[in-house]
Design a protein around this ligand. Structure first.
Ligand SMILES: Cc1cc2nc3c(=O)[nH]c(=O)nc-3n(C[C@H](O)[C@H](O)[C@H](O)COP(=O)(O)OP(=O)(O)OC[C@H]3O[C@@H](n4cnc5c(N)ncnc54)[C@H](O)[C@@H]3O)c2cc1C
Length: 420
């Protein structure tokens, strides 16, 4: 039986491992750390006294690659969300509140109704969304700024949430496939979803269990430090326990982050600028959200961008977080608590003692047109070596959906070439 060596056990590597196992390869996963999940994982936090995710992760019900992966590993029921595709917002500067609620089916009837549109926006602004089809190398700002409130109240926050890059820098064309696969297909494909009991319980542990049941080996604390090739193919990898020969029908899937790949393959092209995401968590007794109908709130003109409530933890996401990551954590806690306390029915002057700021410095690559040019395709000049990860060209921004799709695509590609 041919062996597939997967280097890296983030969601891209796990998705690739699952595909290779389905394609009847013996699978060995090499993960440098003591746990799987990479940038999509949960851990026990002593300050909060509970398990939290390294960052709030939002998916949409049209994320077909992530959903098919979860179905395969038996975790299809681990994502939860409201029945409708409804996104409540509050603007802290004007105190205005509104909700975007999508219709079922692909006709966006809601934009014809002034009362269902974002306050202050005109129908013509929505129609200009068609410009995405010919975005070329333009940024979101170049495409949509100067058109009114829809830029400030939709395109800008949507871009920051989806691409983790401010709208003045972000490549508009990265939004196109996201919108095509979700919002443009209506409510059934646009419902917000979060991991019911956390990221690891949803995306990671069931995958490891599934792989082990099929005889796969998961080697933790096993850093791969080198890959040796000849003209034709990869011949060995240097693992934590020594060199591992790569036989004739064997394959190697590299699923490490962009900033690691050059230590394994010298001349590969990869994005080289990264953006932080800051998450702020408060352990709140009896969290209530009297003004919100859903456990998710978009916030504008505030440091806080998205407020999530799961059980008794209120968490805030700050994406495109260069400025936030440079701030002192106490300052972030104070500011964010003042902003969210009224939304969850808590006194502003009683900031919970159990609170935590997590700054993920390299959460995603910077989604500019220049950085997109650096994304490589999954295949390499060695047929038995493929690449996957959120940074490999998969058409999508740096997301769980992009990572999983990338892992699935790379694996299917190499499995097809090497099928016995
Ligand atoms: C705070 C935060 C919030 C986010 N929010 C969202 C969101 O709301 N929605 C969404 O869809 N996405 C979100 N993302 C993005 C998403 O988490 C990432 O795109 C995705 O997890 C990347 O997965 P990956 O497998 O490509 O890479 P990684 O998760 O980085 O996995 C790579 C793995 O390779 C291992 N590795 C590295 N080098 C070696 C080596 N030499 N040998 C062996 N192993 C190695 C690493 O330890 C790691 O486990 C967020 C990310 C962060 C950090």
């Amino acid at each position: 039986m041919a062996t597939a060596h997967i280097i890296g056990a983030g969601v891209a590597g796990l998705a690739a491992a699952v595909e290779m196992s389905k394609a009847q390869f013996r699978v060995v996963v090499h993960e440098q750390s003591g746990q799987a999940g990479g940038r999509c994982r949960s851990f026990h936090d002593n300050t909060l006294g509970c398990t939290i995710d390294n960052g709030n992760h939002l998916l949409l019900s049209g994320n077909k690659s992530a959903l098919s992966y979860l179905d395969t590993i038996g975790a299809g029921d681990q994502l939860i969300g409201p029945e409708n595709a409804e996104f409540p917002f509050v603007d802290l500067k004007t105190a205005e509140r509104w909700s975007i609620e999508l219709d079922r089916g692909s006709m966006p009837w809601w934009i014809l109704n002034k009362d269902r549109r974002v306050p202050g926006t005109r129908l013509s602004e929505y129609l200009s969304g068609l410009k995405l089809l010919s975005a070329g190398n333009r940024t979101v700002k170049q495409l949509f700024a100067g058109q009114g409130q829809l830029y400030e109240r939709f395109w800008d926050p949507f871009t920051v949430a989806v691409i983790n890059t401010s709208a003045d820098l972000a490549a508009a064309r990265l939004l196109t496939p996201v919108i095509r696969e979700t919002l443009a297909r209506g409510a059934d494909f646009s419902r917000p979803l979060i991991a019911r009991h956390g990221l690891s319980t949803t995306f990671v542990t069931p995958a490891i269990d599934w792989l082990k049941k099929r005889g796969s080996e998961i080697r933790f604390n096993d850093r791969v430090s080198g890959i040796s090739m000849n003209e034709q193919r990869v011949v060995s990898i240097q693992t934590g326990t020594g060199p591992e020969p790569i036989g004739n029908g064997d394959v190697v899937v590299v699923a490490v982050p962009a900033w690691m790949v050059k230590s394994l393959i010298a001349d590969v092209s990869a994005p080289d600028r990264f953006v932080p995401i800051v998450n702020v968590h408060f352990r709140v007794e009896n969290a209530r959200m009297p003004l919100m109908k859903k456990p998710l709130l978009g916030m504008l003109n505030s440091l806080s961008q998205w407020l999530f409530v799961r059980d008794d933890v209120a968490s805030v996401t700050i994406s495109a977080g260069d400025e936030a990551a440079s701030r002192d954590s106490e300052d972030i806690l104070d500011t964010v608590w003042r902003e969210i306390a009224p939304e969850i029915g808590q006194p502003v002057d009683k900031r919970p003692a159990r609170a935590r700021v997590i700054k993920e410095r390299r959460a995603t690559f910077l989604g500019t047109p220049e950085q997109l040019e650096k994304r490589p395709s999954p295949s390499t000049k060695w047929p038995n070596l493929v690449l996957c990860g959120d940074w490999v060209d998969n058409g999508l921004p740096s997301t769980i959906e992009g990572s999983i799709r990338s892992g699935q695509t790379a694996a299917q590609q190499v499995a097809h070439l090497f099928a016995s």
